[in-house]
Design a binder for this molecule. Structure first.
Ligand code: FES
Length: 336
């Protein structure tokens, strides 16, 4: 009791700050405990708005918990993405990533005219069937985009935003044989980077390409001034021409065959009209389960969109086919 009294302050509050209480009194043999006094709230004068109800403060511990929960969900997402990417080599990407690939033909494997998407920026080349003899409309060291498979209408193709059906047609610089008036003057690279699927662009010679976030190539025939490479604006992957091997940026650090950009095989007929030869989308040369009986060689393929390609397939399969005139039988199957 003495200790209890010691803890009380002169104001009637104990040291822990408890509310002041009325002391019990003794009346005869009874101990009378007075009722607790409730604090009086002064009436709000007219014209004074009510006090806002304060929002309960979040305790630091709770805030910490919330942060941890956020971090946990983020890690869960990262884990899920990692799991998907880890099985990437075993997923037949091209089978489901682009349903539109099947459109218009019933099959993804067919020969097709190379017709440039009908966009004003392509000038005289817009909506035109490429001819290898035309060095004016299709000059060396220049580039355009076409759609494969096509809808059959270059204007509709131009409106199709699906990069999995888009290819950069590059006429090689003269020093790489771009003026020989053969199908091999051209290469057709997928518009889907094998790193994280952004869309690379051919950079013929700009010091800085405004379409590539100012990215400046550190390599090339004249470093910093001449690119002549296929460059991805997102993380700086650089693919060399003509074989599409990644020689810079994150794509170049990926193991084969995920370090080369998928590309189509091109052929020209006797009049110089350019065609896509039946593609084989297998990334590695030894696998040809999707090969077309019309002539996919066992030693090459066009790769798998968004995944990669055995870069040697350019020399072993794609370029040699480009030196062969388009087969008239194949042209009868040109779609649409
Ligand atoms: S997506 Fe092309 S470099 Fe990353």
């Amino acid at each position: 009791m003495a200790e209890e009294n010691k803890e009380k302050t002169s104001s009637g509050q104990n040291s822990s700050g408890d509310e002041k209480k009325q002391s019990p009194t003794v009346s005869g043999s009874k101990v009378v405990v007075p009722p607790a006094v409730s604090p009086k709230i002064a009436p709000r004068p007219a014209g004074i708005p009510a006090r806002p109800v304060p929002t309960p403060a979040v305790s630091p511990a709770k805030a910490q918990d919330a942060k941890r929960a956020g971090r946990r969900s983020f890690l869960k997402v990262l884990f899920a993405v990692g799991a998907v990417l880890s099985i990437a080599p075993f997923v037949p990407w091209n089978a489901f990533l682009s349903g539109s690939v099947e459109a218009g033909s019933g099959t993804r494997y067919f020969s097709q005219k190379v017709v440039i998407d009908d966009l004003p920026k392509y000038g005289a080349a817009a909506g035109v069937h490429v001819n290898v003899n035309d060095l004016v409309t299709f000059p060396p060291n220049d580039h355009w985009v076409f759609t494969y498979p096509t809808s059959g209408d270059p204007s509709l193709d131009a409106e199709n935003p699906d990069t999995f059906v888009k290819y950069e047609l590059i006429r090689l610089p003269v020093e790489l044989g771009g003026s020989s008036k053969q199908a091999t003057d051209f290469v057709a690279f997928s518009k889907v980077c094998v790193h994280l699927w952004c869309s690379p662009n051919y950079n013929p010679e700009q010091t800085v390409n405004p379409n590539e976030n100012g990215y400046q190539s550190p390599t090339g025939p004249s470093p910093g001034t001449k690119h002549e490479q296929y460059e991805c604006p997102c993380h700086g992957s650089i693919y060399q021409i003509p074989d599409g091997l990644a020689i810079g940026g994150p794509a170049s650090l990926q193991p084969s065959p995920t370090n080369a950009i998928p590309m189509l095989t091109l052929q020209a007929d006797s009049k110089g009209n350019l065609f896509v030869f039946y593609p084989n989308y297998d990334p590695a040369s030894e696998k040809t389960p999707q090969s077309n009986p019309s002539g996919v060689a066992p030693d090459g393929g066009n790769g798998t969109l968004g995944y990669g390609r055995d870069y040697l397939s350019y020399e072993n399969f794609i370029k040699p086919r480009g030196q062969i005139p388009a087969n008239p039988d194949d042209q009868t199957k040109v779609a649409p």
